[in-house]
Design a protein around this ligand. Structure first.
Ligand SMILES: CNc1ncnc2c1ncn2[C@@H]1O[C@H](/C=C/CNC(=O)c2cc(-c3ccc(F)cc3)cc(O)c2O)[C@@H](O)[C@H]1O
Ligand SMILES: [Mg+2]
Length: 214
């Protein structure tokens, strides 16, 4: 039976990366996507911007919306201080199966909680289910038309505090126009655009970093 792209990506990790070495997992996926098959990971170029924001924020609690195969999950978790926690939401069970194995290969299971389900269902339950008060950093990389509704939901559920950082992928390509308009014009956010390129291509894309002002 035909394999899927996530399955082939996982095979590339298991073949080329060293168990317990997150950077080698990231490198193996980037090589697979450059040399074999494009895939919608945040990638190495935008990944460096992601790394610098994570290092600057030094978050104790991180929420990722849209795990996919776990590339950015591993990238973020590899930079977290001890005892920091990353919760990542993924509603496609096939992708979740792959992501769990990528996370395990990187040896980051202790820092990452992959929750299977939809962001809209889980955001309202974060406090009661996971004992999370607020998130220091949220990485948005799921369906692009869900960035805005989920951001409003996080506000309503009190999951953002003064200084919480939202970092959104793909604000140019495929684009998240309603989200961009909101964070750039709302008095409750201070927003900044980091120009880059769509993963593994020369097409323009970028990350939007938005500080919640409370
Ligand atoms: C809505 N709530 C949700 N809750 C939980 N998981 C959710 C989810 N929405 C989507 N997901 C999951 O996130 C992942 C979806 C990510 C969507 N990303 C994109 O569409 C995307 C697409 C591109 C892209 C860019 C150019 C192009 F020509 C083709 C594709 C580039 C990217 O970097 C992207 O992130 C899947 O694993 C999906 O199952
Ligand atoms: Mg993306």
């Amino acid at each position: 039976t035909q394999s899927t792209r996530p399955q082939r990506m996982l095979a590339a990790v298991q073949k080329n990366a060293t168990r317990g070495d997150p950077r080698s997992v990231v490198k193996a996926i980037d090589q697979f996507c450059r040399q074999k098959e494009w895939a919608m990971n945040v990638g190495d170029e935008k990944g460096c911007i992601l790394d610098s924001v994570v290092s600057e924020v030094n978050p104790a609690t991180v929420l990722e919306l849209g795990t996919y195969c776990g590339y950015s999950t591993v990238r973020i978790a590899s930079l977290l201080p001890p005892h920091a926690k990353l919760i990542t939401l993924e509603f496609n069970p096939d992708n979740a199966v792959i992501a769990r194995q990528v996370i395990a290969w990187a040896g980051l299971e202790d820092k990452i909680q992959l929750v299977e389900g939809a962001s809209g269902d889980w955001i309202p339950k974060m406090k009661e289910e996971f004992g999370v008060k607020t998130f220091d950093l949220v990485f948005l990389d799921h369906w692009k038309d869900r960035y805005l509704p989920d951001t409003k939901l996080m506000e309503e559920c009190g999951l953002l505090r003064k200084g919480s950082i939202l970092l959104a992928d793909n604000v140019i390509c495929p684009g998240t126009p309603d989200y961009l308009e909101y964070v750039r014009n709302s008095p409750r956010y201070k927003s900044q655009y980091f120009k880059s390129h769509l993963e593994y291509t020369k097409v323009e894309d970028g990350l939007e970093k938005s500080v919640f002002l409370g």
